[in-house]
Ligand binder design. Sequence first.
Ligand SMILES: Nc1ncnc2c1ncn2[C@@H]1O[C@H](COP(=O)(O)OP(=O)(O)OP(=O)(O)O)[C@@H](O)[C@H]1O
Ligand SMILES: [Mg+2]
Length: 259
Amino acid sequence: MPDGSQRLEATFKCRKLSAYFGDRKIVREVDLDIADRKVTAFMGPSGCGKSTILRTLNRMHESAPDARVEGSVLFSGHELYARGVDPVDVRARIGMVFQKPNPFPKTIFDNVAFAPRLLGLARTRSDLERRVEEALVNVGLWTEVKDRLKDSALGLSGGQQQRLVIARAIAAEPAALLLDEPCSALDPASTARIEELIASLARRLSVVVVTHSLAQARRIADAIAFFHNGEMVEFGPPGQLFEAPSDPRVKDYLVGRTG
Ligand SMILES: Nc1ncnc2c1ncn2[C@@H]1O[C@H](COP(=O)(O)OP(=O)(O)OP(=O)(O)O)[C@@H](O)[C@H]1O
Ligand SMILES: [Mg+2]
């Protein structure tokens, strides 16, 4: 939930946003506003384009061969697809976390220190250590790893690795965080932790999360965008979308998922 300032302007404004792999149009002319400091969930059947549209929001989509984007994405008023914008800078400002945790084959410390080092955020060694600790505290991992920061990140459990990867992303001080099914490989306890983390992150930045879990969307989303075959067919708060969906494709999906 937002703090007292109630600053609700859209962080992302997508206009006629389309994405292709070769000739296949995967995302179809999506108009979507994603509010600042809220959790927005992307839902819809497998293959409908959720991951693809998520990847257009930080210019990740075009890193795949044969992939391209049409239309516009304004991020805090700036066109991400303007000529001269470096996709690498965009990806540094808008963090991304994937379904399968992907820690670097480095120590726990070096994973979290990676972006502060790359971006030159830390002025001194102790500043760097402070940033690493803070990010690990924020994801609820600090007490579990503080005595093994020099161990390989690959020795952590799946749930710990996912929290580490989120710590790595937030250590870059991103302005927004995109999470693609971050809990699908996790047990209920780790899932609950990540959901709490998402809620606390959304006090500071906008969070977009792809999920197949209706229960999860109900728990964490302020707004849900529902996609079908590359089109956004419904957008609204979870209550409205779950209790009184206006699009029959949303109804069908809900029946299939719950019945
Ligand atoms: N690298 C790729 N090259 C070509 N086509 C792709 C590529 N990645 C995805 N697609 C196609 O784009 C469409 C949308 O895929 P996408 O991964 O965005 O769906 P999704 O909604 O995230 O599905 P899921 O819920 O299964 O993760 C699918 O038809 C898929 O086959
Ligand atoms: Mg996907």
